[in-house]
Write a protein that binds this ligand. Structure first.
Ligand SMILES: [Zn+2]
Length: 253
């Protein structure tokens, strides 16, 4: 199975999964690049997967369904037009035409019902985990997002993470402010700048690198704790409170 990025809007990636002449798409915020790619490549669409209800993730569903009436998998807890298969934690998404199976992960935080799809060594996590960052807390609490990120951090280290935005360089600038002495962040800035200079996406990326460079997965690190306490203006005891202080700082960064 190939996984191909279809750039959309200013910094979104719609992920197209392809095996032979069959394809599925994840978070089609815009129908145009999807319909164009399917036509250009002569592909048959077999499914749409959706992580959460924001327009830049669901805006293309209706127009795609007009041309390709296929099953639409999406979060059971969110009201999204076109969903035929509402899914939640531990549901299986079987795409036999692609020879692919995914397990659903509930990932509340960015939105209340956000889900992710894990399988075939890949994670489609929408706006929950980004390269060196995480989604804003529009509907969920810090504790919910902290738990959702913890669920993702526990997946195998070689999992390839397919998030939905190219935010990597700005996220790394923040990560470097949180941990000025973290050499892995400095190295990742150099390698990511080279990718972007060549017009190459920085996504996907392996999960294991996040554990070294993503401040939102590093709430137990002494330097992260120290910076969070400076930002909060008082001592922070629990890792979730460190996470909340770093997330709050990022909103102002
Ligand atoms: Zn979103």
């Amino acid at each position: 199975m190939q996984i191909i990025p279809l750039p959309a809007f200013s910094d979104n990636y719609i992920w197209l999964l392809r095996s032979g002449r069959h394809a599925a798409v994840v978070d089609p915020g815009d129908a145009a690049p999807v319909l164009r790619h399917l036509a250009d490549e002569g592909l048959t669409l077999v499914a749409i997967l959706v992580t959460h209800h924001h327009p830049d993730h669901v805006g293309g569903i209706e127009a795609i369904l007009d041309a390709h009436p296929v099953p639409v998998f999406g979060p059971a807890m969110e009201d999204i037009a076109g969903i035929t298969h509402p899914v939640s934690q531990d549901d299986e998404v079987l795409l036999p035409e692609l020879g692919a199976e995914f397990r659903v992960l509930d990932l509340p935080g960015h939105t209340a019902g956000h889900v992710g799809y894990y399988g075939e060594g890949a994670l489609f996590c929408g706006d929950t985990l980004f390269a060196a960052g995480c989604g804003r807390l529009f509907e969920g609490t810090p504790a919910q997002m902290y738990d959702s990120l913890g669920k993702l951090a526990a997946l195998p280290g070689d999992t390839q993470v397919y998030c939905t935005h190219e935010y990597t360089l700005s996220n790394l600038a923040f990560a470097a402010a949180v941990e000025p002495s973290n050499a892995a962040i400095t190295e990742r800035i150099v390698s990511s700048q080279a990718l972007r200079a060549a017009g190459t996406p920085t996504v996907p990326f392996p999960l294991e690198g996040e554990l070294l460079t993503n401040p939102f997965l590093r709430s137990a690190d002494p330097e992260v704790i120290a910076q969070a306490q400076v930002q909060a203006g008082h001592a922070l005891k629990a890792p979730v409170d460190v996470f909340a202080a770093i997330r709050e700082w990022k909103n102002r960064f």
